[in-house]
Design a protein around this ligand. Structure first.
Ligand code: BTN
Length: 239
């Protein structure tokens, strides 16, 4: 198993992604940074990631020639970790939010530094409460299921699932990976609004493309593929 074959474990860091950047020159493919607390946890689009004790915060350094599907791989691996080992069914909201009972319980932040890709994963595992401003949209596995899971066990299970899926990517089994994503996603049939730095797209989500782009049907019936952006579900019911 290459994921976690080299491990840096700390009680507290600023951000495991930032720490990973600082140790890049001594890292091998699959090196993991794990921390109990982050004092400056980072989310996507310059947001903060609430990172108190009880959460699982990891960054994995990958040297891969296939970076596009790494966020897909991460989302699938998180869902498989909880589905296969703890009987907890999570859902994927594109691009890579992980939901339970419509609340966000995990997120993925991928950063590229030189030849390396830093895959940051934050899971709200045993967090018991959230600040008021996050409460509406965020929750934890513990709050939603009343199950307090052993963090190191979940960590090991997650590394194993990522390792499996990373191998799948290396073996060019991208269709299998995308099919797993399709099985876990909550997106299909929903009307979404996606904001990218360049444009705003509104349409009905129908599929994921081979490069991880969301495939949407526009109001005029045309098909569009959106590679990245901030996605809002504006109509929940299946059309
Ligand atoms: C998101 O906005 O959904 C992405 C959140 C990613 C959070 C994780 S926690 C471990 C790693 N270190 C960070 O600073 N961020 C990522």
């Amino acid at each position: 198993m290459i994921i976690g074959s080299k491990l840096y474990y700390h009680d507290e860091v600023d951000s495991t992604n930032e720490y990973a950047k600082r140790i890049l020159n001594e890292a091998t493919d699959g090196t993991v940074v794990l921390a109990d607390i982050q004092t400056a946890g980072k989310g996507r689009i310059d947001r903060q990631w609430y990172s108190p004790e009880g959460g699982l915060y990891i960054s994995i350094i990958l040297f891969t020639e296939k970076p596009l599907l790494i966020p897909v791989l991460a989302a699938v691996a998180i869902c498989e970790t909880f589905n296969n080992n703890y009987d907890i069914l999570l859902g994927i909201k594109w691009p890579n939010d992980i939901l339970l009972n419509d609340k966000k319980i995990a997120g993925v932040l991928v950063e590229v530094v030189d030849a390396a890709l830093i895959l940051g994963i934050g899971i709200n595992l045993n967090i018991q409460e959230f600040p008021e401003e996050l409460e509406k949209n965020a929750s934890s596995i513990f709050l939603e299921t009343k199950k307090k899971l052993d963090k190191m066990m979940v960590f090991n299970d997650l590394c194993r699932e990522i390792d499996n899926d990373y191998q799948m990517l290396k073996d060019n089994k991208t269709n299998e990976l995308l099919q797993k994503w399709r099985n876990y996603t909550i997106m299909f049939g929903k009307t979404v609004q996606i904001e990218t730095p360049e444009r705003k797209v509104k349409g009905r989500a129908i599929d994921i493309a081979g490069n991880g782009a969301l495939v949407v049907v526009l109001p005029d019936g045309k098909i569009d593929k959106v590679l990245a952006g901030d996605c809002l579900i504006i109509k929940e019911t299946k059309l």
